[in-house]
Design a protein. Sequence first.
Length: 192
Amino acid sequence: MKIVKKIINNPVLKFLLGLIKVLVWRFAILVVTLIVIQRVFDNQVSLGSYRMFTIASGSMLPEYEVYDVIIAKETNPNEIEIGDDVVYLGEKRDYKGKVITHRVISKREENGVYYFTTQGTANEVADPEIDSSQIYGTVVYRPKVLTWLSHILNNSYGLYFLIIVPIAFLIFLEILDHIHQKESDLEDEEAK
């Protein structure tokens, strides 16, 4: 136990372990928060007119890969141009109830309502026409760190190393802190 105490009382090691604990906790909280926002609220929550989505199919290859994370910004329908990538809620046929990210290939206006035809870059057939009320926004950004995390979290090994190992490490550090505190309390009692 004296070896453990000597190691734990090393000021440099104390500082590094404390820093690692803070960073791992913040990282874990960030990942969980992003997952909760996206999954629990089913993409119905926007933060400052931005929404986060995860690509679920290969229909936009090579532009977006499966599990890429994209950020879409709510956009006025008259500002959406041919060639923009839009995220929308499908309402017809196989698209019903699905969130789709495809490229605008045509646009028309009828009685003040904008209609769009979209198509995945890897698809040979266009989607059913949509109106502007179905569109969540246009894709403005693909965050590399979140995309990397998404690819890792959707892989069984990545989930293990990104979630389970850090949690086990945090538990280990908490046990070390608890042992150190108990030893300090015992020493204080013996000194009295």
